[in-house]
Design a protein around this ligand. Sequence first.
Ligand code: PLP
Ligand code: COI
Length: 364
Amino acid sequence: MFSVTRVRFMKINMNLLPAADQKQKPANVLKVPFGTEFTDHMFSMKYVEGSWNDAIIHPYGNLSLSPAALCLHYGQGIFEGMKAYRRGDRILLFRPDRNFIRFNESATRMVMPEIDVDFAITALKHLLKVERDWVPEVQGSSLYIRPTMIGTQAKLGVKPSDEYLFYIILSPVGPYFKEGFSPVKIFISSEYVRAVRGGVGAAKTMGNYAASLYAGTKAAEVGYSQVLWLDALERKYLEEVGTMNIFVKFDDELVTPPLSGSILSGITRDSVLTLTRDMGLTVKERQVSIDEVIEGLQSGKVVEMFGCGTAAIIAPVGQLWYNNNNYTVSDGNTGKLTQHLFDELTGIQSGDLNDPYGWVVEVE
Ligand code: PLP
Ligand code: COI
C-alpha cells in the first residue's frame, strides 16, 4: 500500500504551444460527439521511486509506453470525470475536491499511489487558465475534465506497478446522450452483471467499464442507450446505470440504491440527495427490487425515474426493457421533479443560480 505523497509545493513546468500551432475550436460544440475533441494542452506528472515528480503542462499528444506496461495487461488504471463551466469571464468547477478524494479512494483500492488533493486542484486550475478559451459558453456545453492514472512499469508478472503516470486531459462537450435531455431508453440486464460486493465496483477503474461493454452492445443492438445493472448475487436489486446512479420516485418518496460497495459513489447522486432533502421531499437510500419498480410502473406508483452523473447530468428515463417487455415511464416524458433537478443543478453549476452549498469553485 502507498501513503499520501506530499507534493503540494511541487513546481509545475510549462511547455506551451505557440498560438499559431494551436487547434481550431469546434464551431458548434453541441454537435461534437461526446469526448472526441481535445484541447491543446494537458497536465502530467510521474510517480517514480516513491514520489511524484516532473509536473508539467505540455502539448496534448500521444503517450510513449512500454508494450509491457502493467496497465495494458492487468488494468491498473483509474480515472475521474468532472466539468468546467463558463459564465462570462468566470470559469467554474463543481465540487472538484470530491472528485480527487474519490480518485484517491480508487487509487487505494487498486494499490496505486494517492495524489495530493490540493495540489491536483491547483494543477487543474493552472491547466484551465492555459486553456480558458476552450471552455465553451453555449447552454448545455462545458469542458469535460478527465484526470487519469495508469501503472507504467514494464513487467509481465502480476503485481502493483512501481511507476505511474498521472495526467489530465480536457474535452469540450455538449450532451452525453445523442437524445440530449430527452428521455433515455434503458435496458435492464438480468443475464450479465457489472460488479459484485467485495470487488472493485465502487472504484472508478477501467475494468468496470470494459466489463460493461458486452451487455451495453447487446442493449444498443435493440435500441437502448444504457444498461441498468442488477445486483450480482440475486439479480434482484437495482444497482446503477452504465455511467449514472439511478433514482426512482414512488408517489411522494424518492429512492436511490444505497452505496453497497459495488456501485460508484456519485457526486451528482450526493448533490441530488442534498437538493431533494432540502426541498423537503422524503428521500431514502434503500434497496429497490426490480419487481417493486415493475409493479410500481403497472400500478402508477412509480411516477418518475432518472439517472444522474457528471457526463449525463440528470437524464430522464423514458423506457425500460426487462425480461422481454418494454415499460414506459412517465408516459415517455420528463417528470416534473427530474426537470426541476436538471434546472437546479445546471443552474448552480453554471453560476446562474445561487449556490448555498459552496459547491462551486472559481478558477482564478
Ligand atoms: N456510476 C458510474 C459507473 C459512473 O461512471 C458515473 C460517472 O462518473 C456515475 C455513476 C456518476 O458519478 P458522478 O456523479 O460522480 O459523475
Ligand atoms: C462521468 O460521468 O464523468 C463519467 O465518467 C462517465 C463516462 C463518460 C465514463
